[in-house]
Design a protein around this ligand. Structure first.
Ligand SMILES: NC(=O)C1=CN([C@@H]2O[C@H](COP(=O)(O)OP(=O)(O)OC[C@H]3O[C@@H](n4cnc5c(N)ncnc54)[C@H](OP(=O)(O)O)[C@@H]3O)[C@@H](O)[C@H]2O)C=CC1
Ligand SMILES: CC(C)(CO)C(=O)C(=O)O
Length: 297
């Protein structure tokens, strides 16, 4: 039986672990506190005990921590990775893989439009609630997926191998760069961004800057970031974005890997993005000091 290791047994990590286990993989899901967890699918109400760690070399590692936790989470596993290993990065935002200090290996990016959240019952079992099972794209720029992909695809709904993964990553990044910081700063659910003209104006300002940058990067960028952000805000109206949830919980956010990544790309093109600069700066401040985006927006 093939074995995979899911590092970051949170919302998306447990969802992935569930699909891998369905597809017949012996799956280890490792969180910060515990090496293995029992999963209970919130819809189907069944339980699954995942494999225990054996310290063996890792063939497939799914990285599903928040981006800022990646390097620390990977550190204890480095010695178990080599050129035969595959890293599947299931995270939002952009991450320079050279910062991870890993040996040369196959690095596959995964972009998921699915949503999940989890809680732990009184029995100590983690319940995974699937909010939406939407498209998930995997790719590393090559035409051929790894040999295990076809088998996994039968159990992971709407999983696709994409040769245009870089483009897909930017399409998702564009929407996250609008919705995530604004929901975090206004401390609201995704749909509540649409409820006030000031919030809509802030969305428009951020979206226009994303499009200005993306036009420099991609010849045929469709300039539709505002429309797509509004669609996603409607489709996920009741959701707390991951950045809003992190900020409420007092955790570090992914701002540096979403809006910060945009600013770094813009700098390379001598482009200034004043509204993104402002949200990045404001998200360094504690929640209690939020003064929702007056002035420049
Ligand atoms: N939730 C969603 O629906 C979606 C999430 N994403 C993206 O997926 C990625 C994961 O998000 P999400 O699942 O929501 O995040 P969660 O916070 O739910 O899960 C992250 C997990 O990583 C664990 N972790 C942190 N540090 C370490 C460490 N050093 N060693 C081992 N485990 C560690 C955390 O453990 P602990 O619990 O102990 O903190 C937590 O269980 C993010 O990039 C997010 O933006 C993308 C689309 C949708
Ligand atoms: C699309 C969105 C904003 C959905 O909540 C998301 O990806 C996130 O919360 O990180």
């Amino acid at each position: 039986m093939p074995r995979c290791y899911v590092l970051g047994a949170g919302n998306l990590g447990t969802l992935a672990a569930d699909y891998f286990a369905d597809a017949g993989w012996d799956c280890i899901a490792a969180g910060r506190a515990a090496l293995t967890r029992r999963l209970s699918n919130g819809v189907m109400q069944w339980q699954r005990t995942l494999a225990a760690d054996d310290g063996a070399p890792i063939q497939l590692l799914v990285l599903a921590t928040k981006v800022q936790d990646s390097a620390a989470a990977l550190a204890p596993l480095r010695a178990r990775l080599d050129h035969d290993s595959v890293l599947l990065r299931l995270q939002n935002g952009l991450l320079d893989p050279t910062t991870l200090g890993l040996p040369p290996l196959r690095h596959i990016e995964a972009i998921s439009f699915s949503g999940a959240w989890r809680d732990t019952g009184a029995d100590g079992v983690m319940h995974v609630h699937r909010v939406a099972e939407n498209d998930t794209y995997l790719g590393d720029g090559s035409a051929l997926p790894p040999p295990w992909f076809a088998g996994l695809q039968q159990f992971w709904p709407k999983l696709q191998w994409r040769t245009d993964i870089h483009w897909q990553q930017w399409r998702k990044l564009a929407v996250n760069a609008v919705l995530n910081p604004l929901t975090a700063l206004y401390d609201c659910r995704n749909g509540e961004l649409l409820a006030e003209p000031g919030r809509r104006a802030a969305m428009a300002a951020l979206a226009a800057e994303v499009d200005a940058l993306a036009r420099r990067l991609f010849e045929h960028w469709p300039n539709d970031t505002l429309a797509r952000s509004e669609q996603v805000a409607v489709a996920t109206a009741g959701n707390l974005s991951s950045m809003c949830a992190d900020r409420r919980a007092g955790r570090a956010t992914e701002i540096d890997f979403i809006n910060g990544a945009l600013l770094r790309a813009a700098a390379q093109h001598h482009l200034s993005l004043p509204h993104h600069t402002e949200v990045v700066a404001r998200l360094q401040w504690p929640l209690a000091s939020v003064d929702p985006l007056p002035g420049t927006f």
